[in-house]
Each structure stands twice: as C-alpha cells, then as structure tokens.
Design a protein around this ligand. Structure first.
Ligand code: URA
Length: 516
C-alpha cells in the first residue's frame, strides 16, 4: 500500500511565528516517528510576527501545525507501514541538540527549520552527529548558532534607552534593529538588568515591554515610534566620555564590533569622532595619571606595620588565633614569602566570621594594596555589581584572597600586577586555611585559577571547569568560576557583555548553592 505520508504536498508544517520552536519540535517529533523524510516536509512560517516561545518561557500561545496533517502523521505512527522506514530506533534526541536548536531557530535563515529536522532525522542513525565538526549540516548549525549568539550580545551591548514621561508616566524606550529573531530570547536579560524600570524595546520584527511585573510582546514597530533624544542623553554622553578608554582604542575592531548600523541609535555616537581624534593625547594623559610606585603613602602605611621593615618576622604566625580579628592581626607582619617587602600592607579577608560562603580571589591589586581591603578596585566593582544583580549580599559573605600581598612590577611610574607563583600561593595558603577553619563556610567560591590552585592544591583549567562544584576530600564544596578582572580585560563590548552574563549565571548558581 502506498503510504499517504510519502505525498510531498501532505507535509507542509505551518508554524505560527519565526521563533515557534515548540510547534517545530512537536511536528518534528511526530514526523520523524511517522517516518517522514526531511525532503518530504515543507516548513512555512505563517504567523503575524507575534512571539511563540516554548511554553516554559512565557506561557504565550503556541504556534500550530495543521491539525489534519498531524493527525495523519500520528496515525501513521500508531499503524506504521512496513516499508522499512519505521524500523529505526525510537526517537531519542540529545538534550544538547534541543537546547542549541532553540538558539538556531532564532536565526533569520528560512532554511533553519528544514536543517534542524534533517539533523534530527539523521541523529536517529547517527546519535553523535553533533560531534562531527566536518559535516556540512553540523557546520551550518554551528554557524547559525554563533550568529544568533553574537546578535544577542550586540543587542545587550548596544541597546540604549531614552526616557519619556515623568513621574508615574516615566518609561524608557529603545530602538534596536537585530539581524535575527532574538527579541524574545533576549528580553529576560533586560528584565534582570532593568527590573525596576518600565521599558520597551522596539524592533522592526517584535517589541518587548516590561512594566516592572509583566513581560509582554507586540508586533514590530517603526523607528519613528521611538523617541530620538531626551535629557538623559546628556548624562549618558558624559558617562561615555568618562569610560572611554583611549589606550584601548582600535578603530577597526570598534567598527567591526559596533557596525555603523548600531551607531545611529547611540547617544554617544556624535562624540566618537572627537574622542577617536584625541585618543593619542588622551592615552598619554591617562598614563600620566596612573598610580605611582611606590604609592604616595606606601612608606607610611608600611612603617606602621613594620617599624623597621627589613627586620626578621615577629613570631606570631597566627597558629593560636581564635578569631578572624586575631588572625588578621598576626598576618599584618607575615613574611612567609618575599612579597611583603614591596607591598604596602597585608590585605586580609573581610566579612562576618559566620558567613556561609567565602569568596577567594587571587591577590590584592593596586587599589586594594593602598586601601588594605580586598576587592575595592575595578575588579571589585564588577564583582559587587554582579553579586548585587544575582541577589547575593556581599556584606553577608566573607571575601578574601589566595595571596595577601600585592605582587607587582614597577613600570615607569606604574605598578603592574604580576601573577603570584606556586611557591607564593603555597606559602599564603597557611592563612587561607586558617580563615576557612574559623569561618567554616558551607561553600567556597574560587574566583579564578590562582584561587582554585590554592584551594585544590593543583592547577585546574578554569575556563573549562567554571560553573562546576568540586567536593574536596575534607568535604568542603568549592565552586569554580572566573576572576572578575577577566571580564575587564575583554575589549569587544559584545564579548565582554557575554562574559559578564556568564559570570552572572555563575553567581546565580552560587546563590542557589548557598541555600543547600
Ligand atoms: N583581585 C583580586 O583577586 N583580589 C582583590 O582583592 C582585587 C583584585
């Protein structure tokens, strides 16, 4: 008997929107189980542009596949034709594929649904298909996924809100032109970032609106619907002028990262030519303003802890300390390694002694060395902001470093951070172990490779293992993540934003773990 499903025209799947992943998944599953080959299916987006996210993401209506076709396909599964096509394995699809396919669906390539179905079909016989990097389907899949990822990060970096209305009517509106269908996928990020603001992001395809309680979507808008200027613009320009780092200026990279198309919507765009033109002079001025070495009050502070700085170390090694305060006092005169010589002072951990979580950084930086407190400089600012966003109250945590003295190399008038070596990390572990013994946390977060090395006693590949928790032999749980200064070192705005987002995800995981 001729199988009706072999009729090409019978397999047109109507999706209700460009990102209607839920309908694609339902249809794909049924078609595959019904033995319908990829070349027999036409995927048609017939929605009006309204969003059709998966049910779990927002509860908005789902797209639909033509009901009769689905019924036919479902029936064929119940009574499979014995043409050999249904003899394949049951439909099990790697989770990783489903997760990544949800991203690929956001691409504007009209062939994406067909590509995904073809891959799903092939995966029944080739379960490791995703690992075959040379396969043309896999290559295309990866390219689409990457393009969507970049577009998502560009949107995060370049959306600029403009204020409209005052008082109860105050809201913020942005115009953005993404390349792909990323608005729904990206909207939760803006909700998290601007939770207390009422905002709308208008795009040609779809608009997202947040009223501080609900996220809603409406069809695409016209650029003329978005306000062009407002008072906050001046503020933003001042801010941008201040954060503009001439020493990092790479005009080509900047244009690549921030194509002209995005410049149009940025309030700071009129400033860019002037800032670029003055970059050399500004860079020189910035270098002049860098901290000096030794720091102005370095000698004074050092003298306080070291009345005669080159004398042998005092005998208190903190072994008998019964509190963090006593331990901190003992560490003031530490000379377990030579780093004490050039540093201004010991920068000890800080925070409540009964903290359930301890964050461990690498070593104090220039500003920490002067202030005598951990994480108060640029990396500390990133750390604070992300912790805040994740809902972790830093004041309830204990923050310390693997190495308690600033290690640097003088370069001109500047003190350039230098990585502590294994011996220095090992020497300073004395203090870290004692801090952990006194605070008895239920979770320790290693911020970066040095902290991980100190806590685990061996080097670990942080970028590979970040986001994971390791239980030490003594039962202590160590969560691995990057050091916040890693984010500061990334030049491209979109990549920086992406890394910050990953760090935020790690801190959200930490928050969850803190409760267990
Ligand atoms: N980096 C660290 O690891 N610790 C600090 O205290 C500051 C910067």
């Amino acid at each position: 008997m001729q199988n009706a499903l072999l009729d090409l025209s019978a397999h047109t799947v109507h999706l209700a929107g460009e990102t209607d992943f839920a309908s694609w998944r339902d249809a794909a599953r049924r078609l595959a189980l019904g033995g319908v080959r990829p070349e027999e299916v036409a995927w048609v987006v017939s929605g009006d542009g309204s969003p059709h996210p998966s049910p779990s993401s927002s509860g908005l209506s789902r797209g639909s596949i033509h009901a009769e076709r689905l019924a036919a396909v479902a029936n064929s599964r119940d009574k499979p034709e014995d043409d050999g096509r249904n003899a394949g394995p049951q439909l099990t699809v790697p989770r990783e594929f489903v997760k990544r396919a949800e991203i690929v669906v956001c691409h504007n390539d009209p062939e994406r649904f067909a590509l995904l179905y073809r891959m799903l079909w092939r995966m029944r016989a080739e379960p490791a298909l995703l690992k075959i990097a040379s396969d043309p389907d896999v290559r295309r899949f990866e390219a689409l996924e990457k393009a969507v990822g970049r577009d998502i990060h560009k949107m995060r970096a370049f959306v600029r809100f403009r204020k409209i209305g005052d008082g109860d009517d105050e809201r913020y509106v942005a115009w953005f032109e993404p390349e792909h269908f990323i608005v729904e996928r990206n909207a939760p990020f803006f909700v998290r970032r601007f939770t207390g603001m009422r905002w709308s992001i208008l795009t040609p395809h779809l608009c997202a609106h947040w009223d501080t309680a609900d996220l809603t979507f409406t069809p695409g808008a016209d650029k003329r619907d978005a306000p062009a200027e407002d008072a906050a613009e001046e503020l933003w320009q001042t801010y941008y002028q201040n954060i503009f780092n001439p020493a990092r200026l790479k005009t080509k990279a900047m244009q690549k990262e921030m194509p002209k198309k995005y410049w149009r919507n940025l309030p700071e765009a009129p400033l860019i030519p002037r800032l670029v033109a003055g970059a050399d002079a500004a860079a020189r001025e910035m270098i002049e303003k860098m901290p000096t070495a030794p720091a102005p009050h370095h000698a004074k502070v050092q003298a306080k802890h070291w009345p005669t700085p080159r004398e042998p170390a005092p005998s208190d090694d903190g072994a008998g300390a019964r509190s963090i305060a006593e331990l901190r006092k003992a560490a003031e005169s530490c000379r377990r390694c030579p780093l004490w010589r050039d540093a201004t002072q010991t920068v000890f951990g800080e925070g409540p002694e009964d903290a359930t979580v301890v964050f461990v950084g690498e070593q104090p930086g220039d500003q920490e060395d002067l202030a005598g407190k951990p994480f108060v400089g640029p990396a500390g600012k990133v750390f604070d902001a992300v912790l805040d966003e994740a809902g972790v109250d830093r004041r309830k945590t204990y923050v310390t470093n693997a190495v308690k003295h600033f290690k640097f190399e003088p370069r001109g008038k500047r003190r350039i951070h230098s990585k502590p070596n294994a011996g220095e990390i090992q020497a300073c572990r004395w203090w870290l172990d004692k801090e952990l013994a006194l605070t008895k946390p239920s979770l320790v977060v290693a911020l970066g490779a040095t902290a991980a090395q100190s806590l685990l006693g061996k080097a670990v590949p942080i970028t590979k293992m970040r986001g994971q928790m390791i239980e030490r032999e003594d039962g202590l749980r160590i969560f691995l993540t990057i050091h916040p200064s890693f984010i500061l070192r990334i030049r491209e705005a979109a990549d920086k934003e992406a890394e910050r987002e990953r760090f935020l995800q790690d801190m959200l995981a930490v928050k969850k773990l803190m409760a267990t």
